[in-house]
Design a protein around this ligand. Structure first.
Ligand SMILES: Cc1cc2nc3c(=O)[nH]c(=O)nc-3n(C[C@H](O)[C@H](O)[C@H](O)COP(=O)(O)OP(=O)(O)OC[C@H]3O[C@@H](n4cnc5c(N)ncnc54)[C@H](O)[C@@H]3O)c2cc1C
Length: 502
């Protein structure tokens, strides 16, 4: 380990994966660890903002599966950041894939409040199909290439049989509800359309037990707590990296050179790249010199990285039921099970599936969070706040049939146009397999090469094999790459224990 403590390690990106890697390395005794961050802040896609007096999450909102196996839950508990309810054994034991179905209000585009009983059979069928869709993983010969095609084809068959005695208008409404649920799933998965999400690999994503919970004082509290344990000056802010020069066979020490946008060149023995997959895709041709090996490059291109945005809307008085947790908006012409809008410029708002209600009301007042994914969401980002407010107001007035409803203020996220993120999170696109994830996380130079090993390592949410797209996935990848270096150096002096815990 003695050689290790003097190794120069540069981490690119100060999101939760970069911070987690740094923390583990520093704890293990590495003295020369630094993080280069493009922006002026830590946290990346963990970003807490304000809407009036309210704390709102622009990025990550929930701890998905808060239980013992979830490192985010354990850290949040250790730092005292959670409500007592989230800490109860009952909460941790609930295994419902996130949360039990929220209590809904349904509205239709003709301004009617719909009976939930009419819609439930469609919801039930949809959930059943998502579960079945997860079972093709690891098997050969899935019936369709994408989750979207699978769901459409199965609904068609099952509806013909199960809903044959249902009147035509209710049946049509249920198919509109399927369109709505496909849009919900686009937000969950971070994709433009469920037709782009691979069916064969859909089951790779795994959930942990525990009822999803939030950070009452904001997710960024987690970042602040971990950062406070890192040495001062470890992060250089406003320092975007332009290129990682690796495979420098002539230099045994510091074989990697990190070139920054401002021209600075930083020597390193090892670099951990934690930039989002969206950024990596966009800058593939310039980010590495020499370029990534072909198999890795193709996997970066194949893996999916889409957009999911939030539009927070505050009202003086609620127009939804007191017990309502989610509001679904069903377009009556959408009985063709569609999750894409034909004319994005004119009709982008149709992609917004509805709103979740920020609870508890005593804490948040009357605030809704609208969800919109895909290219429609990317277009929404280009509009002014006034234009978005206008579109949301018209939408709500139409669906409630109440022309007087007027939001007090709104706030929306713009993850696609964020220069350093270029979207929201990753998914396994059609045609992808576990091999693509393995290729993405494989260090450079690849195995079998003669050059100095572990020059460039890869962490970040997209590199986790089953918790991709989550904060806990990102933390685990940061630790994984830190451990890779720790074990690399511990093999020089195996007697020294280097296990560390945050
Ligand atoms: C709208 C939204 C909602 C979400 N909701 C949830 C949720 O409820 N629960 C959950 O678990 N997860 C959620 N996620 C996902 C979660 O936020 C991410 O998986 C996680 O935060 C990713 O961490 P990371 O460290 O991998 O990447 P990031 O947080 O993106 O960190 C990467 C860092 O790299 C920096 N960077 C980029 N390019 C460069 C460069 N060239 N040079 C230097 N620095 C660079 C960026 O500025 C950034 O700080 C959500 C994400 C979004 C966008």
């Amino acid at each position: 380990m003695a050689e290790g403590v003097n190794a120069n390690i540069v981490i690119i990106g100060c999101g939760i994966s970069g911070i987690s890697a740094a923390h583990r390395l520093v704890k293990a005794g590495f003295h020369h660890v630094r993080i280069l961050e493009a922006t002026a802040r830590s946290g990346g896609r963990i970003k807490t903002g304000r809407l009036g007096d309210n704390i709102v999450e622009i990025g990550a909102n929930w701890i998905h599966g808060p239980s013992e196996e979830n490192p985010v839950f354990c850290l949040a508990r250790q730092y005292g950041l959670l409500d007592p309810e989230a800490l109860t054994p009952e909460n941790q034991a609930m295994d419902v894939g996130g949360h039990p179905p929220w209590f809904p209000n349904f509205f239709s585009s003709s301004g009617r409040k719909l009976s939930a009983e009419d819609i439930y059979p469609a919801q039930e069928m949809f959930v059943e199909l998502l579960n079945e869709g997860s079972e093709f993983q690891g098997q050969q010969g899935e019936p369709w290439a994408s989750v979207g095609e699978f769901i459409r084809s199965e609904v068609q068959q099952r509806a013909a049989e199960k809903w044959k005695d249902v009147d035509a208008s209710t049946r049509s409404l249920r198919l509109c509800a399927i369109s709505n649920m496909l849009k919900v799933e686009c937000c969950v998965t971070g994709t433009h359309s469920m037709d782009e999400v691979g069916l064969g690999a859909f089951g790779l994503y795994k959930t942990l037990p525990g009822l999803d919970c939030t950070f009452p004082r904001g997710y960024e509290g987690l970042i602040k707590n971990i950062m406070s344990a890192l040495p001062r000056g470890l992060v250089t802010y406003n320092q975007p990296v332009r290129c990682v020069h690796w495979s420098n066979t002539e230099k045994r020490e510091n074989p990697v050179v990190v070139e920054c946008e401002d021209g600075a060149r930083i020597d390193a023995d090892h670099v951990i790249v934690t930039v989002p997959l969206g950024y990596l895709k966009k800058h593939l041709s310039t980010m590495f010199h020499p370029p990534l090996p072909l198999h890795k490059l193709h996997s970066v291109q194949r893996l999916g990285f889409g957009t999911n945005n939030k539009i927070f809307v505050e009202f003086d008085v609620p127009w939804w039921d007191a017990d309502c947790e989610v509001i679904y908006l069903l377009w009556e012409a959408e009985d063709g099970m569609v999750d894409q809008v034909p004319d994005i410029h004119r009709s982008w708002i149709k992609k917004l599936f509805g709103f979740t209600v920020l609870k508890p009301t005593e804490r948040f007042g009357h605030v809704l969070c609208g969800w919109i994914a895909g290219h429609e969401s990317e277009y929404m980002e280009t509009l002014s706040e006034l234009e978005v407010t206008h579109a949301v107001t018209q939408l709500i007035r139409r669906f409630t049939g109440n022309p007087a409803i007027t939001p007090r203020r709104i706030l929306r996220s713009q993850w696609f146009h964020d220069l350093w993120t270029c979207g929201s999170y990753s998914h396994l696109r059609r045609g992808c397999s576990q091999q693509d994830q393995d290729n993405l996380m494989e260090p450079l130079p690849p195995k079998g090469s003669q050059s100095h090993s572990l020059q460039v390592l890869f962490a970040g949410e997209a590199t986790h094999p089953c918790y991709y797209s989550t904060v806990h996935g990102a933390v685990l990848t940061g630790w994984r790459e830190a451990e890779r270096l720790i074990s690399h150096y511990s093999s020089f002096s195996p007697s020294e224990p280097i296990k560390s815990k945050l």
